[in-house]
Design a protein around this ligand. Structure first.
Ligand code: ARG
Ligand code: ZN
Length: 873
């Protein structure tokens, strides 16, 4: 059942041109396919033609116009084999499919009465018989036929060629995409949609029409996505020299979608949550997420579409590179340090957890059962960190030359990760062979660092020891090539000292290269005792430990020239205090707040900052999930209690400062999703969170007023969350009711309404989840609803999901069992929290494993099967 990377063989036949005709019907859509095929020169005369196909009803099959006899081909559940085809030929097939029964949302399906497709990775085989693999690239011409009244808009990839009327109230449009592409980039949309149109003139002066297609009621929510698209197009020209290549670029918003969005050639399809925004319905975070995803999908036009993957093991070739590109874009158009802080905070919580769990896998996996399970934080985010390291190792200019070389050399081809790294090695002249281990070794490397200042010789000795823990299937690990960016901050001056290593000057902010299991770096001419600031900007995706004292951390928090590490010093300081409090809670000892943390926070609040967004991040405590990640064994209650205690202690002591910061950052200016406003809002809202942590009258009053002022969704949602999460039901209930009634018509806002309630720390949260599953706005068939209600509860309400009685686990398993039948891809993702059972106490371990076993007893989809088997191995 598993597929292995080393078993890759080129296809025996390649497709050069495809003509498709769709006659749309909910229960019986007819798909005619006409493929031009030719045998690979290295394949034998007797090589059969193997086509993938699932859930298709074959109606007709012919080669060069001759119908095939029954013994000339064979059908199975997964495809079709044609025996002894000619060297070059045309294959015609007709199949019937049922979009209305498609609840997996792969292939052609219906969402809100509109037809749409999702073909990556292997959805095209649910549309027609085809060699559904990314190394088969063909040009597509697609005719879509549908009812004119209910489906006025018929879209596919490329440019529209022809349109017209047909008998029976039907009409058609024929599209042609001149760029050869793999089947996973095919797309079709048909529905009652309206468009917003704009244009972009490329760097060579070509005019591109930009269209955003939405349901009529969403016409007012497209402005930001369109503006983001234009910014992204310009950024890719300026930064990577990449120009758009068709005359038309379309984005369509659909409500039912498994992921964020999809980069289909010329016709990106988006989860409506990843494209629609309005100040009254979307938060700042949502605006920024939309901007990032619009850019991500657009950037794929080069990193993914023009140059694609040879096979799905190379998925990170396009995803890691494209995430890196979208991260840099977002950093450039917003606050760069905050973007990095947010990305790293998320990475160290979620990707580290994946790397430490039973589904850990390398950035380039060696085998899989279901590729749909590999759209992971490791492939995407760790893949992006690896590309970021490459860009830092070779420097931006060489990286850009390497990128140019890659796009030029491999344009129109399906290639591998080696091809990409080879371009970087060639452009930079560097040896990147040890670096390649980042692609093959799973697990998070741990660095233990130790430093000593030698007064007599004015030297600083820094020893770094690396080790990557064993992961499933990889007991032994080799040392990696790890770039460690660092500074030595003088304790007298508070400034970065000049770095001299083996006689070579590294400036004051340098990179050292750790390649051995253990290495000592001796810095000379160090005039004063320093505190090292290590792994600046998170220069490598590793866990770095250094025996910092609390004074050292307070010093770095105040003095480090690297904004990211200043923030990280604050996080480390808070973690030391939290560790003590977790221990105290466990031992039943009275909790005492660390005054150094209080004083550090006081200093931050008093000093203020030019970058309010960074300040807001610095005032934010590590999340319960991050704290859990740092513990050898997760004690759910102790973590929750310790974090609450820190929050309340800070709030009680620094109440006046938080009040002042709140008032200073209130603004009546009309909402705009721009960095300065976003920064003020986040700072103000962090302050409000502290004020509400002690629930005094003034805090409550401010939260209420902010909710009622109804100025923008960021402020309203924050206030509603604080009211809902407070201990007072007289605050929660009326606000939730008012909000729920006001927004009953808006499905994306209702998702937020669900999420806010199910993250309540109060013990009624689980009952609320059950109750809300029966709410008319909820549906198990809609992935956004499942994520908002069930996913949010299981991942973000740790105290209630991990209830000692196991009811949280049971609820999740029940939903997974049902979704396994409806939507296997979503089911396999949703089960993740249960797979992390090793991290908890014995009683929870038993309960979690019990639920995994209950799921295993079902007839499982390959998606859920693969995850459950790993989790129970
Ligand atoms: N390539 C898409 C993106 O990165 C994700 C598509 C994933 N699809 C899936 N069924 N797993 O934006
Ligand atoms: Zn992507």
């Amino acid at each position: 059942k598993p597929i292995h990377r080393h078993d890759y063989r080129p296809p025996a036949y390649r497709v050069t041109d495809v003509e498709l005709t769709f006659e749309l019907d909910p229960a019986a859509t007819q798909v005619k396919a006409s493929l031009q095929l030719e045998r690979h020169p290295q394949s034998g005369d007797d090589a059969p033609l193997e086509l993938d196909g699932e859930q298709l009803t074959l109606k007709h099959i012919a080669i060069d116009g001759q119908s095939l006899a029954n013994d000339e081909y064979a059908l199975s559940d997964t495809g079709l084999t044609v025996y002894n085809p000619p060297r070059q030929f045309r294959l015609d097939t007709v199949v019937e499919i049922a979009p209305s029964e498609n609840t997996a949302l792969e292939g052609l399906y219906l969402s809100n009465g509109m037809y749409c497709t999702q073909c990556e990775a292997e959805g095209f085989r649910r549309i027609t018989y085809y060699p559904d693999r990314p190394d088969v690239m063909a040009t597509f011409a697609t005719t879509v036929i549908g009812d004119r009244a209910s489906l006025p808009v018929l879209l596919s990839n490329g440019n529209p060629l022809e349109r017209g009327e047909l008998p029976g109230g039907r009409h058609f449009v024929t599209w042609r995409d001149p760029f050869p592409k793999p089947s996973y980039l095919f797309a079709l949309v048909a529905g009652d949609l309206q468009k917003v149109e704009d244009r972009f003139v490329t760097m060579s002066g070509r005019e591109v029409t930009l269209q955003l297609w939405v349901e009529e009621e969403n016409l007012g929510k497209t402005e930001h996505a369109m503006a983001s698209l234009k910014r992204a197009m310009q950024w890719d020209e300026e930064t990577y020299g990449r120009e758009y290549d068709l005359d038309l670029f379309m984005i369509v918003a659909v409500n039912d979608f498994n992921m964020g969005a999809m980069e289909n050639k010329g016709l990106n399809i988006f989860n409506s949550a990843a494209v629609l925004t309005h100040p009254h319905t979307a938060t700042d975070a949502a605006f920024q997420r939309v901007e990032g995803i619009v850019a991500h999908e657009y950037f794929h036009n080069w990193s993914g579409n023009r140059v694609t993957c040879r096979d799905w093991f190379q998925l990170s070739l396009k995803e890691g590179f494209t995430v890196f590109r979208d991260q840099c874009f977002s950093a450039d158009v917003n606050s760069a340090p905050v973007k990095r802080i947010e990305d790293v905070a998320f990475f160290r919580t979620a990707q580290f957890a994946e790397d430490a769990g039973p589904t850990a896998h390398p950035v380039r996996p060696d085998h899989y059962i279901e590729i749909g399970n590999f759209y992971t934080l490791t492939i995407y985010e760790k893949g992006a960190e690896v590309v970021r390291m490459l860009s830092n190792l070779v420097g931006w200019e060489a990286f850009r030359r390497g990128s140019d070389l890659y796009f030029e050399r491999f344009d129109g081809q399906a290639v591998t990760i080696e091809d990409f790294v080879d371009c970087m090695a060639e452009a930079s002249g560097q040896d990147l062979s040890q670096f390649m281990l980042w692609y093959s070794q799973a697990g998070t490397p741990e660095i233990d660092a130790y430093g000593e200042y030698d007064y007599a010789n004015a030297e600083y000795h820094l020893t770094l020891r690396q080790r990557t823990p064993a992961t499933p299937g990889q007991p032994e690990k080799q040392p990696l090539h790890i770039p460690v960016r660092l500074g030595l901050v003088g304790t007298k001056t508070g400034r970065d000292l000049a770095l001299t290593l083996e006689g070579e000057s590294l400036g004051s902010d340098g990179v050292i290269h750790l390649r051995e299991a253990e290495q000592t770096f001796v810095f000379t001419d160090v005039p004063e005792a320093p505190v090292p600031s290590l792994l600046r900007g998170f220069s490598a995706p590793v866990q770095l430990r250094f025996p910092y004292g609390r004074e050292d951390l307070a010093f770095l928090l105040a003095n480090d020239s690297d904004g990211f590490n200043r923030w990280d010093a604050g996080q480390r300081l808070a973690m030391l205090a939290l560790d003590d409090l977790i221990a105290a809670h466990r031992n039943g000892v009275e909790k005492v707040m660390d005054t150094r943390v209080v004083e550090a926070f006081r200093a931050l609040l008093e000093r203020g900052s030019d970058d309010k967004a960074v300040l807001a991040e610095m005032l934010t405590l590590p999340s319960e999930a991050y704290i859990a990640e740092q513990q050898p064994l997760v004690d759910v209650e102790a973590i929750h209690a310790a974090r609450d205690f820190v929050k309340q202690s800070l709030a009680a002591t620094l109440r006046e400062d938080f009040l002042r910061v709140y008032e200073e950052n209130v603004s009546e200016a009309p909402y705009a999703p721009e960095p300065d406003q976003i920064a003020r809002r986040s700072l103000k809202n962090v302050a409000l969170s502290y004020l509400m942590a002690i629930e005094d009258e003034q805090g409550i009053d401010i939260a209420r007023r902010q909710f009622e002022a109804d100025h923008n969704m960021t402020d309203v949602r924050h206030a509603l969350t604080l009211l809902t999460h407070s201990s007072r039901d007289d605050l929660a209930a009326p606000a939730l009711r008012a909000f729920g009634e006001k927004w009953a018509h808006d499905t994306l806002v209702m998702d937020q309404w669900f999420a806010i309630q199910v993250t309540r720390p109060q013990p009624d949260a689980l009952d609320r989840v059950k109750h809300l599953m029966a709410h008319p706005a909820f549906s198990l068939k809609n992935p956004n609803k499942v994520r908002a209600l069930i996913g949010t509860f299981a991942n973000q309400n740790r105290i209630n999901f991990h209830r000692a009685d196991g009811e949280g686990y049971r609820l999740l398993a029940d939903v997974v069992i049902e979704l396994n039948r409806l939507n296997p891809e979503i089911a396999a993702r949703l089960v993740t929290p249960l797979t992390r059972w090793q991290r908890f106490d014995e009683s929870r371990q038993e309960l979690m494993k019990g639920e995994l076993e209950r799921i295993r007893a079902e007839k499982l989809s390959p998606n859920v099967y693969e995850v459950i088997e790993k989790a129970l191995a």
